[in-house]
Design a protein around this ligand. Sequence first.
Ligand SMILES: Cc1cc2nc3c(=O)[nH]c(=O)nc-3n(C[C@H](O)[C@H](O)[C@H](O)COP(=O)(O)OP(=O)(O)OC[C@H]3O[C@@H](n4cnc5c(N)ncnc54)[C@H](O)[C@@H]3O)c2cc1C
Length: 392
Amino acid sequence: MIRHDVVILGGGAAGLMCAIEAGKRGRRVLVVERSEKVGKKILISGGGRCNFTNLRVTPENFLSANPHFCKSALARYSQADFIALVERHGIAYHEKELGQLFCDQSAKLIVKMLVDECRTTGVRIETDCAVSAAERNTGGFSLQSNRGEIRATSLVVATGGLSVPKMGATAFGYELARQFGHSIEPTRAGLVPLTFGPDDLVRYRDLSGVSLPVLIHCKRQSFANAMLFTHRGISGPAVLQISSYWSPGDELSINFLPLTDPSEWLKARQSSRPESELKTVLGEFLPKRLAQRLCDIDLGSRLLRQYATRELVAVCERLQAWPMNPAGTEGYRTAEVTVGGVSTDELSSSTMESKKVPGLYFIGEVVDVTGHLGGFNFQWAWSSGWAAGQVA
Ligand SMILES: Cc1cc2nc3c(=O)[nH]c(=O)nc-3n(C[C@H](O)[C@H](O)[C@H](O)COP(=O)(O)OP(=O)(O)OC[C@H]3O[C@@H](n4cnc5c(N)ncnc54)[C@H](O)[C@@H]3O)c2cc1C
């Protein structure tokens, strides 16, 4: 039997940050990780370079049933704090686009930084250690693991979401939350490619590989970024972003020409090249294969001189609000995050402690706080882990 002040379930981004902070306070901390090594998602993140935070983090970059919940933790441990830690460890980084910060070299450096900090603060890490049950008893918690019983005064659940099961994702954190009387906001795959139904598959499948900047809308959300047609549906940053807001049955509206005023240039082309076909002219502004396909599916294509002004305006309006009805998502296999999770109603927003069970904490992705694409999910892991680490 091993006894600790704090046991952290899950050696991912949130768990390691919490461990470091609790360790700094002189707490005897144990991180329990079921995989053979810690930080596996950090290693694969950002194409191996880890988009570890964003220069512009705001509460609007997060989805949650309670949009105010994330504010306190994000303000107390901000992107500037994490950047300062990265700089103290001499890790070179760069901004890619839209404030997204990536390592110049490798995500391995972020994991090394966290493990080095754990070592300095006396944190113990047990890998290949799977916890299968937990209960509360006098003075704390008792956990059953493949290494025997583990006891602790505080229990921090940092088991992550359901995305990418082959990286070690489990539903254990949610089960534990339910066991201790917490409610779960329904979970679904987020930051995930969307798939076509049979009709759209026939319409769009051979556009696979076509990519372009779009402005994509769903309900009241919109994102401007690249979109990519795949052999099964649509992907690319704009689609991944909107997928977190999409539910089955929702229609997407896609502006294929977000950077230009199409009615002006179409009218200009009509006077300079009246004998050109619509699809040829659209091919100047859109990938040619896409222009051709949109004309085949819906727009038609005649010589420009044959269009009345109002018809050209209608073509433009169609291109700026192209409807698409995905049939589903690629699911947790390829999703970057899980939307939903442990309800924030029963957690303290400043410490992440359960309002129902003193000494029990939930941090990181297992909580119903989900970031946009661009380093926001890691920032939530750092901020929520830091907040719990101050008190656990
Ligand atoms: C392919 C991919 C790329 C991504 N890229 C980025 C990016 O560039 N930027 C960004 O901000 N976000 C990115 N994300 C999202 C980000 O990785 C997660 O939001 C973040 O890792 C969540 O941190 P966490 O500590 O809460 O959970 P995790 O990092 O998932 O860690 C949870 C840990 O708990 C362990 N565990 C689970 N159950 C148990 C158990 N019963 N006992 C013991 N241990 C257990 C798991 O093995 C895992 O190591 C990416 C995600 C994926 C899948």
